[in-house]
Write a protein that binds this ligand. Structure first.
Ligand SMILES: [Mg+2]
Length: 259
């Protein structure tokens, strides 16, 4: 663990779980800073803006810069920058976080003549949006999905996630999207590029085996599972996905990092 130069941190289930903030949050970031390790906060959630995450963390006593937060929406916008020039027309099916990400990279949000369709979680998804997206894709627009999560955990149980929106559009046009978020490697590869660290000396910290840990493995980085989120010891024992390290929570991880 002393060879880790960079951390890619999941947030929900790691730094907090729903409304409950993990004990030792500020201490964890102090430990990372003492080690002079770089970090990127990376989330599949495409609905919030980077500024909203910066503000949330500041409210918890942790100062992070906007360039230390990568959502699947910003990762999708950056992926698009590698395919086309700024100013290209993009049809976005999503919420505030996706529109903000695309506009911050200079893309124009428009359906008419769009060469790209980017879709993620959209809690105002309609038949009209599905039809517009499917028609553009049928005419040759590239189809990109922010993240594949089929469901979204809520206090009242799982609700449809980004993956359900993507599945509806895919069903209507017969074409599957390129996925940017975890467990696909694109977002983690961008995080690596931002950190500038060697994959062997970079670790993903997450609470979910099928996204964080599998995604880390797909991107060729080391993997750290914390048991403070959705994965229990029992689920871990049954899974074929094996993280490099396992800790109860960020408190235990802080201790290991400082050892
Ligand atoms: Mg999580």
């Amino acid at each position: 663990m002393h060879r880790i130069d960079g951390l890619i941190l999941d947030m929900d289930g790691v730094l907090w779980r729903g409304p409950r903030v993990m004990p030792g949050l500020a201490t964890f970031f102090q430990a990372i800073r003492r080690l002079r390790a770089g970090f990127i906060l990376a989330t599949n959630n495409s609905t919030r803006t980077v500024g909203q995450y910066v503000d949330k963390l500041a409210g918890l006593g942790v100062q992070v810069r906007p360039e230390q937060v990568l959502t699947s929406a910003y990762a999708s916008a950056d992926h698009l920058l590698g395919m086309t020039e700024r100013g290209a027309k993009v049809y976005a099916v999503g919420e505030e976080g996706l529109d903000a990400a695309l506009e911050s990279r200079g893309f124009r949000l428009a359906a008419d003549g769009a060469q790209f369709v980017i879709a993620g979680l959209d809690r105002a998804f309609t038949y009209r949006k599905m039809a517009t997206a499917a028609t553009l894709i049928r005419k040759g627009a590239r189809f990109i999905g922010t993240n594949p999560d089929l469901t979204l955990p809520t206090p009242s149980g799982p609700l449809p996630g980004a993956g359900a929106v993507l599945a509806a559009i895919s069903a209507a046009c017969g074409i599957e999207p390129t996925i940017v978020g975890k467990p696909e490697p694109l977002m983690f590869q961008q995080a690596l590029a931002w950190l500038g660290t060697d994959p062997e000396r970079t670790a993903v910290v997450g609470d979910r085996l099928e996204t964080d840990i599998l995604g880390g493995k797909n991107a060729g980085v080391r993997t750290i599972l914390v048991l403070s989120g959705v994965t229990s010891k029992e689920l871990l024992a049954e899974s074929p996905i094996r993280p490099d390290w396992v800790f109860d929570d960020i408190g235990a991880l802080s201790t290991a990092l400082e050892r």
